[in-house]
Design a protein around this ligand. Structure first.
Ligand SMILES: Cc1ncc(COP(=O)(O)O)c(C=O)c1O
Length: 378
């Protein structure tokens, strides 16, 4: 199988991911932070080490300002529902995934006002567009770092500066960029950073996290057992316990740690260069297929390794089906959980086919993929 669906979940994983997960299961799969014995302490220490690795990756000073969740969706829900209140206004974009849009639409029922700033057809969006939507009661700007449809990378630094200047909190959905783009929460003035473990951080599914600025006190999404502070009736104020009720996924987090170690050892810039190079090659080769249209920013503009396309005379789902069943090539066809983004670029009717690359893809994969597309067209 040729796997070109890394924007959904990266695969394959570096071998050390599986090894780390097996090691926890086999050697010390006790409950982290609940009991005082050696095995529990080792499990808790593993989680803390990985919290620290992530803190280093995102330039977070205190590792306890990062809380582990199951995925980006949970992180986004925690940030949005925990921060926004009735009467607050939030500015967001038309490129957001349903994991931002749906919690926001839910909050609308409780008096939160929302402005969606529409991006351009080529996936670009400027800080000036966002600035125009700011009102007196704007409390949050929430944007995806990169569109999971067009791959376009948004100007996060500029948006962070804008939010900071206007005294508005800034939340970033880094689902498509954590592990691919450098992220510095201090320099980029990010107050809430939601990330997922199973995409470009190379961890397993069921892992993710949220960085929460130390000055922010969110309403927890869940209330319950935290191991420590058991005498308190209410949720403890200390981090990360306040936001981590219930036993953490030690096995998954160990795998995520191995994914992050793989990035550290390989070098984020090496990973990115490889994927940029492959994306350029993919776009060049696809550009020569008759009747094929590529969406998103033109070559040379910031883009994640995502290339969405249509072919004249074919349904997106038909192409996805043929690639899967006839050519053993995995892509994703449809609306990609981002209907607003499809509306923005004019593809809401039939959707698109998305090919997304990862570090383990090769030029050979791309050649085979483009050969299959040519074959389908002819
Ligand atoms: C931009 C974006 N946000 C949020 C998500 C949700 O991620 P998860 O499935 O890990 O919750 C995705 C996943 O496809 C995404 O691409």
């Amino acid at each position: 199988m040729i796997y070109l669906d890394n924007a959904a979940s990266s695969w394959p994983k570096p071998p050390q991911v599986e090894e780390s997960m097996v090691e926890v299961l086999r050697d010390y799969g006790a409950n982290p932070g609940r009991s005082g014995h050696q095995l529990a302490a080792k499990a808790a220490d593993t989680i803390y080490q990985i919290r620290s690795q992530l803190a280093k990756l995102f330039h977070v000073k205190n590792p306890n300002d990062i809380v582990f969740t199951q995925n980006a969706t949970e992180s986004l829900n925690l940030g949005l529902k925990g921060y926004l209140k009735s009467g607050d206004h939030v500015v967001t974009t038309s490129f957001e995934h349903n994991s931002v849009r749906r919690p926001l639409e839910y909050l609308r029922e409780f008096g939160v006002e929302i402005s969606y700033v529409s991006g351009a057809i080529d996936g670009k969006l400027s800080a000036q567009d966002i600035e125009q939507a700011i009102r007196e009661n704007t409390k949050l700007i929430v944007v995806t770092h990169a569109s999971n449809l067009t791959g376009s990378i948004l100007p996060i630094e500029e948006l962070g500066k804008l939010a900071h200047k206007k005294n508005i909190r800034f939340m970033v959905d880094a689902s498509q960029t954590a592990g691919y783009c450098p992220i510095d929460v201090e320099a980029m003035k990010i107050d809430l950073l939601a990330f997922t473990g199973h995409k470009s951080l190379y961890g397993p599914q069921g892992t993710g996290g949220l960085y929460i600025h130390p000055e922010l006190d969110l309403v927890p999404l869940l209330h319950g057992g935290t191991g420590g502070h058991s005498e308190l009736i209410e949720q403890p104020p200390v981090r990360p316990d306040r936001y981590e009720s219930g036993t953490r996924n030690t096995v998954g987090i160990a795998g995520l740690g191995a994914g992050v170690r793989f990035i550290e050892e390989t070098g984020l810039d090496v990973i990115r260069k490889h994927e940029e190079h492959l994306t350029d090659f993919l776009m060049e080769e696809m550009g020569r297929v008759k009747g094929l249209t590529i969406y998103g920013p033109e070559k040379g503009h910031p883009r994640c390794p995502i290339v969405s396309f249509s072919i004249d005379g074919f349904d997106a789902s038909e192409i996805g089906f043929i690639l899967d069943t006839h050519y053993q090539i995995a892509v994703r066809a449809g609306l990609h959980c981002s209907p607003l983004a499809h509306e923005t670029i004019g593809t809401i009717e039939g959707g698109l086919v998305r090919a997304s690359l990862g570090f383990f893809n090769t030029k050979n994969h791309i050649e085979e993929f483009v050969r299959a597309l040519r074959d389908i067209v002819s």
